[in-house]
Design a protein around this ligand. Structure first.
Ligand code: ADP
Length: 639
């Protein structure tokens, strides 16, 4: 086949543009990314060979090789891994498939946060364009006899040409290195010493040898093998640049912080350091090692369905599968890392994993280790814990409803915003601050903290000095439904009907007063109910409010307004439950209203109802009409 040219998908073209003009200062990470890809390709080959053994492949040792050519300014990274077919290389390198990537890229391009973007973004192969102005990939898939040469200068297109690879399966990537005249500190990526130190820094733990031909001077020998003085010769020999030790099997005392960090970066696409490292060896009934990380930021595609979750599974150092979500519960899906089991059979398949008893017990041990680590962090380094919480708290709290056996531990690890201060608090701390006569733990759900802090529902609690928890995450309604009690105290929504804040004594007194107020406004509340009966099931005189005239509450057993709004936003039509309108009989508006005509009372009722909707964060049906009614009130006030 003659050479053919194809265009990159628009997103890839933009991504390459970012790479080429990147201001990222650590350009040397391109080598880490390419070596990582080679290591993955070698893993895949080993796995395929184990499960699919009818390939007749050379028994040559699996390795990665670097070849530097200072004269032609090229650097070559070669592996004898699984390789790619023509279709695979076009799809893997010419297109971006994951749904989150495109949107993230668009945002990044608009926001112009280039150096940062590169750090967060799984760009892998594309990072070669930070150092090369032309990249050639010669690859051949294991088990096939057709190789292909892919080449691009990072402009809008790439070329493809069929060509058998003399070394058969594997991939050779040749970088035609750029010169950076403006950058005096530019490293020479063809120098042996530079390559050695980059490999040491980023890829030391790669379990395949990273080889390079190095040359050294040796004394010339005479016939009797004695050195001839003043005469040397150049000897070329293969050097292995990495120590190839599986990091997780080393003792943690022997591992430097940077080694842990580089392993994290090899595993994830994240270029920033993890927040916390958990290195754990389990002995006894289950023998496994695990090296796990809590990232410091959420991956850009964290909330997308196709984002990768789970830990990588190894059996006796042999890579089995990436992203095993059976190893970690959904509420810990932010965790990254590996598990290496000594007990599982090497030929485990994904289907077996799901049911495997040993996996279940590994998972249990891992969960308890993570909970312990988080608890230590909370108690010893609150600042760090809060930074974890801000990024992953909304995910982690799903453990309250979903992990029954650890529910108490998860609950104790949850942080909340409250009406007491700007600081986040645990429930334990909340309880310690409760007033002696305070009966329950109070919370309110809504969209934003600002909106909740101004909510009329808080008025009476504030007057009594009771702290209220503000909940603004999507999962909160679901989470709170499974937390009816904490430390023997009821956990109560302050927007529910029959919120009892008073002591028995106060209640007795209030009951009498309320009764007389109810009687006083009986005919008025009848009119209000009649004019709002499409939306309201009851109008109740209550002492919940202090400054506001009205609020809406849900009857016990009904969905809260916040929940209804959320379900609606998710496209789930649920029958709306009619609400209860509570009125504050001490508000002057009702005294005035009682003296108005029926027709006027109806208009006022409508205005008050709409106010109550706005207060709880709901939309009103007819804002124009509402505005006109208010304007009319203003006019009337001046007649
Ligand atoms: P990532 O490694 O994060 O998937 P890359 O852009 O680095 O992203 O690579 C895209 C894909 O191209 C890889 O997932 C892999 O399938 C393929 N690939 C890259 N390098 C190699 C290689 N050396 N050998 C075989 N396949 C490779």
């Amino acid at each position: 086949m003659a050479k053919e040219t194809q265009k990159f998908q628009a997103e890839v073209k933009e991504l390459l543009g970012l790479m080429i003009h990147s201001l990222y200062s650590h350009r040397d990470v391109f080598l880490r990314e390419l070596i990582s890809n080679s290591s993955d390709a070698l893993d895949k080959l080993r796995f395929e060979e184990a499960s699919n053994a009818n390939w007749d492949l050379s028994k040559e040792e699996r390795h990665v090789r670097l070849e530097a050519d200072p004269e032609n300014k090229t650097l070559t990274i070669k592996d004898n891994g699984i390789g790619m077919t023509k279709d695979e290389i076009v799809n893997n390198i010419g297109t971006i498939a994951r749904s989150g990537t495109k949107e993230f890229l668009k945002k990044a391009l608009e926001g112009n946060t280039q150096p940062d973007l590169i750090g967060q973004f799984g760009v892998g192969f594309y990072s070669s364009f930070m150092v090369a102005d032309k990249v050639t990939v010669h690859t051949q898939k294991a088990g096939t006899t057709d190789g292909v040469v892919w080449e691009s200068a990072g402009d809008g297109e790439f070329s493809l040409e069929d060509k058998v690879r003399s070394e058969s399966h594997g991939t050779t990537i040749t970088l035609h290195l750029k010169e950076f005249p403006e950058d005096t500190e530019q490293q020479d990526f063809t120098a042996e010493w530079t390559l050695r130190s980059i490999v040491k820094k980023y890829s030391d733990f790669i379990e395949y040898p990273i080889k390079m031909l190095v040359s050294r001077e040796e004394p010339e020998l005479d016939k009797d093998d004695k050195p001839i003085e003043g005469q040397t010769k150049k000897v070329e020999e293969d050097a292995v640049l990495n120590s190839m030790k599986a990091l997780w099997l080393k003792k943690s005392a022997d591992i430097k912080e940077e080694e842990y960090q580089e392993f994290y970066k090899h595993l994830t696409s994240d270029w920033s350091n993890p927040l916390e490292t958990i290195h754990y060896k389990a002995e006894g009934t289950q023998e496994f090692s695990s090296l796990m990380y809590i990232p410091s930021q959420a991956p850009f595609d964290y909330n997308y369905r196709d984002s990768k979750v789970g830990l990588s599974l190894y059996v006796k150092r042999v890579f089995i599968a990436a992203d095993c979500d059976d190893l970690i519960p959904v509420y810990m899906r932010f965790m990254k890392g590996i598990v290496d089991s000594n007990d599982l059979p090497l030929n485990v398949s994904r289907e077996i994993l799901q049911k495997d008893r040993q996996i279940v017990s590994i998972r249990k041990a891992i969960v308890s280790k993570i909970l312990k680590t988080l608890s230590n962090m909370l108690n010893k380094d609150r600042e760090k814990y809060e930074s974890f919480w801000k990024v992953f708290g909304a995910t982690f709290k799903e453990g309250i409803p979903s992990d029954i056996s650890n529910k108490d531990k998860v609950t104790d690890l949850c942080l909340f915003s409250t009406s007491a201060s700007d600081k986040l608090t645990t429930l334990k701390e909340y309880v310690a601050r409760m007033k002696p006569e305070q009966k329950a733990i109070y919370y309110i759900t809504g969209e934003t903290i600002t909106q909740l802090a101004d909510s009329p529902y808080l008025e009476k609690l504030r007057k009594k000095g009771y702290e209220v928890i503000y909940l603004t995450d999507h999962v909160d309604e679901w989470v709170m439904q499974s937390l009816p009690k904490y430390d023997e105290k009821e956990v109560v929504s302050i927007t529910a009907e029959n919120l009892e804040l008073d002591t028995e004594e106060e209640k007795e007194k209030a009951k009498e007063e309320l009764k007389s107020k109810e009687e006083k406004y009986k005919s008025l509340t009848d009119v209000i109910l009649k004019s709002l009966e499409e939306n309201i099931k009851e109008v109740k005189v209550s002492d919940r409010l202090v400054d506001s005239p009205v609020c809406l509450v849900s009857g016990s057993g009904d969905q809260s307004a916040h929940m209804e709004r959320m379900m609606e936003a998710m496209g789930q039509a649920i029958p709306k439950s009619k609400r209860i309108l509570e009125i504050n009989p001490d508000h002057k508006v009702f005294e005035i209203m009682a003296g108005k005509s029926d027709d006027q009372q109806k208009v006022w009722a409508e205005i008050l109802y709409n106010q109550a909707l706005l207060n709880e964060g709901s939309q009103i049906e007819n804002p124009t009409k509402f505005g006109q009614q208010i304007a009319q009130l203003m006019v009337d006030a001046n007649l």
